[in-house]
Design a protein around this ligand. Structure first.
Ligand code: DQA
Length: 147
């Protein structure tokens, strides 16, 4: 089984960015926890964070036929990107959408997601634990692709 974790714009600032909303855990803390979680389960793990929509889309295309599940925190692209939605649908890889904050408790423009209606699951408001929960869910319920 293999999982690709994607983080969108500004998530490189995790830990220092609006800590009241996103907490003090850094992206590198999240990544080392996710890597060991996957290692324990014998799942191959890869990750990309990018501030650029096209870079994320290229990585999704590359994952076609190689990755069983995508766990994605698209950041603000959640609320704007038809292209990211189309990329995920285009490669036909099941995905879990993660938001650290409870987007529904925040500004109205964060209430709509271009991905949620196509996601296997949507997690928000659990803080960075959402990544762990998403990986756990993906590993249990998303079937490995056929070779
Ligand atoms: C976020 C929520 C988005 O609205 C925001 O633009 C982010 C982070 C979250 O993890 O809570 O960048 O996806």
């Amino acid at each position: 089984q293999s999982i690709l974790l994607l983080n969108g714009p500004n998530l490189n600032l995790l830990g220092t960015r609006e800590p009241a909303t996103y907490g003090s855990t850094t992206l590198s803390d999240v990544l080392s926890a996710a890597a060991s979680q996957c290692a324990q389960k014998n799942i191959s793990f890869s990750h990309l964070q990018s501030n650029h929509e096209g870079v994320l889309i290229d990585r999704i295309h590359e994952a076609r036929g190689k990755v069983d599940a995508v766990v994605i925190n698209p950041g603000a692209l959640t609320h704007t990107s038809v292209a990211l939605r189309d990329a995920l649908l285009g490669v036909d890889i099941p995905f879990v959408e993660v938001h650290i904050s409870n987007v529904h408790k925040r500004e109205p423009f964060r209430h709509h997601s271009y991905l949620s209606d196509k996601a296997e699951a949507v997690i928000c408001g659990l803080g960075v634990y959402g990544y762990e929960a998403a990986i756990e869910f993906a590993s249990r319920s998303i079937k490995p692709r056929k070779e």
